[in-house]
Design a protein around this ligand. Structure first.
Ligand SMILES: Nc1ncnc2c1ncn2[C@@H]1O[C@H](COP(=O)(O)OP(=O)(O)O)[C@@H](O)[C@H]1O
Ligand SMILES: [Mg+2]
Length: 158
């Protein structure tokens, strides 16, 4: 399943559709180059969950927790993960909490992630550096995530 996104606003709208259909313990993996729009999408998710604090890239902290929300959001970014940093965060503790886990750069911890997850691969499709065009590829793993993709697309197209 693929979706064409033409602007940062539209990427946030996709984030909103994700938030509106998310259930506790859902795991969303966001891959794509720097500047693809992973954090922008997460901002749309956060806003729709009623989070007032600005959602910033958690690059220097790995995890940012937003608990004052319709559903807790745990936003992680493993881009700068150093060799033994992973031991400093208890990933399983977050996975056990009834919240939504969003992970940028999950490639670095793929072996530690649950089998059931929804991966979104964001690609720039134009060569020009300032193009706002993106393609989002949906790669669900497991039954719940197949259903979730359908719900997201339906909500996004409303
Ligand atoms: N269609 C789009 N989707 C997401 N971001 C876009 C889009 N078009 C332009 N942008 C811009 O690209 C940048 C994406 O940055 P960011 O979301 O931090 O990327 P990432 O987290 O993937 O590194 C932002 O400045 C955003 O405004
Ligand atoms: Mg980012």
């Amino acid at each position: 399943m693929k979706l064409e996104i033409n602007s940062a606003e539209s990427m946030q709208k996709l984030g909103r559709a994700i938030a509106q259909t998310a259930r506790p313990h859902d795991v969303l993996l966001l891959t794509g180059d720097l500047g693809a729009g992973k954090t922008t999408m997460t901002q749309g998710i956060g806003r729709a969950l009623g989070i007032r604090r600005p959602i910033k890239s958690p690059t220097f902290t790995i995890v940012r927790e937003y608990r004052d929300a319709k559903m807790p959001l745990f936003h992680m970014d493993f881009y700068r993960l150093e060799h033994d940093d992973l031991s400093s965060i208890d990933l399983n503790a977050y996975l056990e909490e009834p919240g939504l886990v969003v992970i940028e750069w999950p490639q670095l911890i793929m072996n530690d992630l649950p089998d059931s997850h929804l991966q979104l691969k964001i690609e720039r499709v134009d060569d020009s550096w300032d193009s706002t065009k993106r393609v989002v590829n949906f790669e669900p793993q497991g039954k719940r995530n197949d259903t979730w993709v359908k719900e997201i697309i339906e909500e996004f197209n409303k």
